[in-house]
Ligand binder design. Structure first.
Ligand SMILES: [Zn+2]
Ligand SMILES: [Zn+2]
Length: 391
């Protein structure tokens, strides 16, 4: 049987797994049924299965030949707190929880690859299939590394694939260097004396200080970094006050910073503190900045990206292997795994154009079924390219 027939033959089964997972989504670190499902399938395919690695993570190990090369393939188990409005027949059966990022399909495709590679192990070495919990917000990747994933399963390269709406359908997109941004979050509080709204001279007005801060903070982006570098600073929450005739004693701001250069994380924190200190002094209020460093940027290595491109070109036309796509300012906790392994790549599967609510994390999001064969072929080809026989 030709390799492609082989893949086509298991497609209905893989899509069936995705439909099942889509009906039964679970939030980060609570992916108990999902992990049971994944572990059951891996056992069925004859892989060595480990479930004591980190929270709900499942690791399947597949060896072939006598090669010493080791690669890690990663998919995500978690869903999002979104109320599904896709209208799909296989919509979520759990109110308020939805696979709105396609992790159900990523998991199904990686399971399909484990099945194909166990049936026809045309590679030489070891593949670790890692199904990770809590990608979305809780840093399941960071926890897996802290819990010793790589001490038990040391790998030379790590790869992950994510469907990417808004890019050419069926393309494999793999730039060298940054592909997803680093993210930090912060909470800034200005506090002072409240006052009657008609007698502002009797108080300190933290509201005015907060307003001035929001405007001034954008100077960090426009005036303190190299204009060629990417930095986004967004304020996302403002809280303060309860009644219209009292100037409150406290204003809380929350926001997020996104960047590719890891040095910008310290830079933004230092500048936020400096500007907040100056404005607090000018207004006679106190400030407190809680700056929380989040997921680092995902930065594809040269050899990781080249390996992925070679794998993609083995089954796709040159025009569908895109290497110059600009990175996203979104974030992704695959960075912990990639940084710890030190080599590898994160790839996007072009998902075509979608409607306004049908993008990633939208309540009308629908995974594009045309990507199943591409993702499956990509995993198999990556295994055969990164761990070739007869080296
Ligand atoms: Zn997501
Ligand atoms: Zn995702």
């Amino acid at each position: 049987m030709q390799k492609n027939d082989h893949i086509d033959a298991i497609l209905p089964e893989v899509i069936g797994w995705q439909r099942h997972l889509h009906r039964h989504p679970e939030l980060g670190f609570s992916e108990f049924q999902t992990a049971d499902f994944v572990a059951g399938k891996l056992q069925e395919f004859g892989l060595e299965v480990h479930r004591d690695v980190s929270a709900t993570a499942v690791v399947g190990v597949l060896k072939a030949g006598s090669g010493t090369g080791r690669i890690m393939f990663r998919a995500e188990l978690d869903a999002l707190p979104v109320d599904e409005a896709s209208g799909l027949e296989h919509s979520s059966e759990t109110k308020g929880v939805m696979h709105a990022c396609g992790h159900d399909a990523h998991t199904a495709m990686l399971l399909g690859a484990a099945q194909l590679l166990s049936q026809a192990p045309n590679f030489d070495g070891t593949i670790y299939f890692v199904f990770q919990p809590a990608e979305e917000v809780h840093g399941g990747g960071r926890k897996m590394i802290a819990d010793g994933l790589l001490e038990r399963f040391p790998a030379d390269m790590a790869f992950s694939q994510h469907n990417w709406p808004g890019t050419a359908e069926g393309a494999v997109i793999v730039p060298t260097g940054p592909i997803m941004a680093g993210v930090d979050d912060f909470t800034l509080t200005f506090s002072g004396k409240g006052a009657h709204a008609a007698m502002p001279d009797l108080g300190d007005d933290p509201v005015l200080a907060a307003a001035e801060f929001i405007c001034s903070a954008q100077r960090i982006v426009s005036r303190t970094i190299n204009p060629q570098a990417a930095l986004v600073l967004s304020f996302t929450q403002m809280h303060g006050g309860r009644i219209n005739n009292i100037v409150p004693s406290q204003m809380e701001l929350q926001g997020t910073a996104r960047f590719f250069d890891p040095a910008l994380s310290d830079h933004v924190e230092a500048r936020l503190r400096q500007i907040a200190g100056g404005i607090a002094m000018a207004h006679g209020v106190a400030f407190d900045l809680d700056y929380r460093k989040g997921y680092p940027a995902v930065v594809n290595t040269v050899t990781g990206a080249e390996t992925a491109r070679r794998a993609a070109r083995s089954f796709l036309d040159e025009g569908l292997v895109l290497t110059e796509e600009p990175p996203s300012l979104g974030c992704e906790d695959f960075s912990y795994l990639l940084n710890a392994v030190g080599n590898g790549a994160y790839l996007w599967l072009g998902a075509g154009d979608v409607g306004p609510r049908a993008g990633l994390h939208g309540d009308a999001y629908v995974f594009n079924d045309a990507l199943f064969p591409v993702g499956l072929r990509m995993w198999v080809s990556l295994a055969e390219t990164a761990l070739p026989r007869n080296r």
